[in-house]
Design a protein around this ligand. Structure first.
Ligand code: PRX
Length: 635
């Protein structure tokens, strides 16, 4: 029997050793015993981090939806697969059984096919957190189409860039979305985006808010009538193990977003196996991850990982503050949630509110609490532990990335003793390395360095859509034969890892990855702006907030500064989305630059963080005089 479900620490160490000594034998056993295949593989693993190339289970054939849905029907047909909890608590939740999910996914898959979508085609999904979102991912997977979900908080500009980058033929959206007390005109955003996307032939529109929207003849269709008329069964397309399952965009430190490509078999196995262990999922548990499916957390741990285990997964449409700050806890009580997975930024926001919001609900169903997306600070960790977990539910601080597909470093609850702010031990099969500035691996404990992974794991992204060179340059060129994460980390005396944060120009704001370059590009397009630089600074709730230093053109000098600030933020909202707005904008006459013309962000970060006692070495600056000016006028 393979070690699919780890239950104590000794077993973790034993299984970990096995997974590292002979990864192929280890993953082969997991694949054999816990998944259904149309054809077995020819080779478990083929890899070369130089090219780079990674293939898991090459030659195998399968369909992920047969693993996530069909195979559960004989034993779990009437079990709830998805609980949909609407934005407004007075609207009834929906319970979708595995049998119903099968029918819904098949109908949607047939609608896609009727509209010309074939294996390998890209479909953009721009939907709010309604059941159609999960169903459309699975419908794409059913017929071998590659889904590209764009978080429905991104602007029309960001949407069109993503649609065009991967040549999507179709967009799935809704008439609008609810977000707390607000509604958002999603279809309007899609219409604007599509002005720049000639490749999109069809837009299928789910009805959610019953708003009056424009439908473009020949292109736009209401989804529901099509679903009602579609066949309720759809034969699954047989896919190769390494066929792409989806593209998901993530910010880079430079230029346009990177379309990370995840493939079928390895992704399925790793998300399923991590889900089972890191949430200690047991039959009849009710698992809830509060993320949006627009992010990797939602793909892996709302949809694929839970469903591959035949779990019940909650999809929440709303926000933690509506109708009040007790909303999360009301949902936990209502559905008797057993595993709850959220982001530190949400915990910090809730911790600021009255404790009564938590205390008025019965949270005794909870067994495991999760955290993801950014380092969880000690205060937030204790608040979560004391008030939500009542010191009984272990917290799993899960470190991973869009690129890794699944959780990489994390405690296993009831197995790994936890320490606040530590993601603790590498998960089974994961071989981390800390690197020094000279490219050498730092051995031993009580050390810190740059976090790399030495050996492929099944759900590593295989490439960047359309740009394999960028994939190599970004992840495999900094350190030879290693995947570089972009994060710094320390390893303590017992070998626990603590992630210290990004070491590149990505800033994590409220758990969202933001690259500085696209934001700077957006600011620089303002007619009054000559140049700009963005850095992060600590923020009570968001973790980091954005601080912009902006040089005006001569023609902009006479403009009112507050109006300019508003215009700059408006422009960022249009180009990227409201999540990238700047908290502070300081107008400066110059930016500190090295002789080679590089902005010295380290200094700007220190000024933004009010940590100017020691600015470090400034001897290579071309224009040291500007530093004093910036410090004197800092916000
Ligand atoms: O810096 C790390 C941080 O989030 C980055 C990945 O962001 P993204 O691709 O959007 O995926 C987020 C959800 C998996 C990482 O490089 N990060 C994520 N989880 C943690 C974290 N930092 C510290 N602790 C974590 N648990």
């Amino acid at each position: 029997m393979s070690n699919y479900h780890i239950k104590h620490l000794e077993e973790y160490f034993q299984v970990y050793r096995k997974s590292v000594r002979d990864p192929e034998a280890f993953w082969e056993e997991i694949a054999e015993e816990h998944f259904v295949w149309r054809k077995k593989w020819d080779q478990v693993l083929k890899w070369d981090f130089k090219k780079p190339e990674v293939k898991w289970f090459d030659g195998a054939r399968l369909n992920i939806t047969e693993n996530c849905i069909d195979r559960h029907i004989p034993t779990r047909g009437e079990k709830t697969a998805i609980i949909f909890e609407p934005n407004d608590p007075s609207e009834e939740p929906q319970h979708i059984t595995y049998r119903e999910l099968h029918e819904k996914v098949c109908r949607m898959a047939n609608v896609l096919k009727e509209h010309g979508i074939k294996k390998g085609d890209r479909v953009c999904i721009y939907l709010p957190m309604i059941p159609e979102l999960a169903i459309s991912l699975l419908a794409c997977a059913r017929i071998g189409a590659i889904h590209s979900v764009v978080f429905a908080g991104f602007s029309s500009n960001a949407l069109s860039t993503r649609i065009n980058d991967s040549d999507c033929k179709m967009v799935l959206t809704s008439d609008g979305s609810y977000r707390g007390s607000k509604t958002i005109d999603l279809k309007g955003i899609v219409d604007k985006a599509l002005e720049a996307c000639p490749g999109v032939k069809t837009v299928l529109v789910a009805k959610r808010i019953n708003s009056k929207i424009k439908m473009l003849k020949g292109r736009d269709k209401w989804l529901q009538p099509l679903l009602d008329h579609a066949y309720a069964d759809c034969v699954a397309e047989i896919m190769e193990a390494e066929d792409p399952l989806f593209i998901l965009y993530t910010s880079g430190s430079t230029g346009k977003p990177k379309g990370m490509v995840h493939t079928t078999a390895g992704y399925m196995i790793y998300t399923a196996y991590t889900f089972k262990n890191i949430f200690q999922y047991r039959e009849n548990d009710i698992y809830w991850c509060t993320a949006d499916i627009g992010w990797i957390t939602g793909h892996s741990y709302i949809v694929y990982g839970p469903l591959a285990n035949g779990a019940t997964t909650v999809m929440f449409e709303g926000v933690p503050s509506y109708p009040d700050y007790g909303r999360f806890w009301e949902v936990v009580e209502k559905h008797k949630v057993t595993q709850f997975y959220t982001a530190p930024t949400a915990i910090r926001a809730l911790a600021k509110e009255n404790l009564e919001f938590v205390e008025q609900y019965d949270l005794s169903s909870l067994k495991v609490l999760g955290s993801v997306g950014e380092p969880i600070n000690e205060e937030a960790w204790h608040w979560y532990n004391n008030n939500v977990g009542k010191k009984k539910s272990p917290i799993v601080d899960t470190w991973w990335q869009t690129e890794t597909g699944g959780i990489m470093i994390s405690p296993i609850p009831y197995v790994t003793p936890t320490t606040p702010t530590y993601a603790t031990l590498p998960f089974i099969g994961i071989q981390p390395a800390l690197m020094d500035e000279n490219g050498q691996e730092i051995m031993g404990n009580q050390v810190d360095g740059r976090l790399c992974i030495k050996f492929p794991w099944p759900s590593i992204a295989r490439t960047i859509w359309g740009d394999h060179k960028r994939y190599r340059d970004t992840y495999f060129s900094a350190y030879e034969d290693k995947y570089f994460t972009g994060d710094g980390a320390l390893r303590d005396a017992v070998g626990y890892y603590r992630i210290t944060g990004r070491v590149d120009d990505v800033i994590i704001v409220s758990g969202h990855n933001l690259g500085t370059a696209p934001i700077e590009d957006s600011i620089n397009e303002h007619p009054a702006v000559a140049e700009s630089a963005i850095v992060g600074f600590p923020h009570d709730i968001k973790g980091n907030a954005l601080y912009g230093y902006v040089i005006l053109k001569e023609t902009g000098e006479s403009r009112d500064r507050d109006n300019l600030r508003k215009e700059i933020n408006q422009q960022i909202t249009e180009h990227i989305g409201p999540i990238a707005r700047l908290d502070k904008i300081q107008f400066v006459s110059g930016l500190p630059k090295t002789r080679s013309g590089k902005i010295m962000r380290r200094i700007l970060r220190k000024i933004a963080s009010k940590d100017t006692a020691n600015l470090g070495d400034t001897s290579t600056l071309l224009n040291p005089e500007v530093v004093k000016e910036i410090m004197d006028n800092a916000l």
